[in-house]
Design a protein around this ligand. Structure first.
Ligand SMILES: [Zn+2]
Length: 320
């Protein structure tokens, strides 16, 4: 019996034939100058049946690390070995990316604007297009982020760990730590989960920069994940078992001053340990800051100057 040919994958008005890897543009909006704005996509539509998966980055326009993760990922994937369909979306927030801004020109956070609406705000309209064309078609998705302004994150997966398949994939990804994260209203992860898709959020590095350690963890993690769900053949990428955390807390600065941190990403701390010192401009020590909780440092500020109450060290509390 002849094998049934897979139907083409239709996206952004284009038909992608099985066995094809196609770069295309997803029209989004117009600039005030009249030029059109489109999100770049790469679609790999395999000859064999399999899951439909999206990998997205730069929903926050200044979080560019994931663009490099996706670029490197695509160099490892061979269309002949793909079962199912992969949609890679390296720059979701195109306006923010061009402007070097986390948000859209209307000031809204795209990752609080999903699922969006065709008649809503600018952010809402872009969210709506991305959900309809990409996320609603997928069984699984991985969304790539970094720390926000002046904060750097240890490579980590955030996901809803109460869902067994999500927990399993989060572990397979192989980042150093997996954090059970509550779903934020209006996030991409919320909409994907409601659609029944497995959704992982990867965090690593900082805004406006490439961080090679996070890039390496991200690329290997996505390759392991795609193999695990049957999109690609198995990959030989050994990973250590990730730490698991249910919650995380920021330790904040007790007063304003010049900050000297005593801990770095991945360090273990106990509640009450000194994690930083504050000095005045003459070098006099103003105070030392104690960890508010016990666990592993998953994020820290880059600021040398901090104000009272500013978040300085992010600590994940580990499961036993
Ligand atoms: Zn982000």
């Amino acid at each position: 019996m002849p094998r049934r040919k897979r139907p083409p994958f239709v996206i952004a008005g284009q038909e992608i034939q099985p066995g094809k890897r196609v770069p295309l543009e997803l029209p989004y909006a117009q600039l005030v100058s009249g030029s059109s704005v489109a999100a770049p996509l790469v679609v790999m539509h395999g000859r064999q049946d399999g899951p439909t998966v999206w990998v997205s980055s730069t929903i926050h326009g200044d979080e560019i690390n994931g663009i490099e993760i996706i670029r490197e990922l695509l160099t490892h994937l061979n269309i002949r070995q793909i079962s199912g369909t992969l949609i890679a979306a390296p720059i979701v927030n195109v306006h923010g990316f061009i402007a070097g801004d986390r948000n859209l020109p209307d000031g809204r956070d795209l990752n609080r604007s999903f699922p969006g609406s065709a008649r809503g705000s600018m952010a809402s309209r872009i969210a709506d297009i991305f959900i309809k064309e990409v996320v609603s078609r997928c069984d699984c998705g991985i969304d790539l982020h970094t720390g926000s302004s002046n904060r750097v994150n240890w490579p980590q997966i955030r996901a809803g760990l109460d869902d067994e398949p999500t927990l399993e994939l989060a572990k397979v990804f192989g980042a150093p730590i997996v954090i059970n994260a509550e779903i934020r209203n209006g996030s991409l992860r919320q909409v994907a989960s409601e659609n029944g898709a497995i959704a992982l959020l990867f965090e690593g590095g900082e805004a406006n920069r490439f961080d090679q350690e996070s890039i390496d963890v991200g690329v290997a993690g996505i390759r392991r994940s795609l193999a695990h769900i049957g999109m690609t053949p198995p990959v030989e990428l050994p990973a250590t078992t990730p730490l698991i955390a249910q919650t995380s807390k920021w330790t904040r600065s007790s007063r304003s001053g010049i900050l000297h941190l005593d801990v770095d990403l991945g360090d273990r701390v106990q509640r009450g340990d000194y994690v930083a010192a504050l000095h005045d401009p003459f070098g006099k020590r103003l105070s030392r800051i104690k960890a508010r909780s016990s666990g592993v440092v998953i994020g820290r500020t880059h600021s040398a100057l901090v104000n009272q109450g500013e978040a300085i060290v992010h600590i994940a509390e580990l499961d036993d």
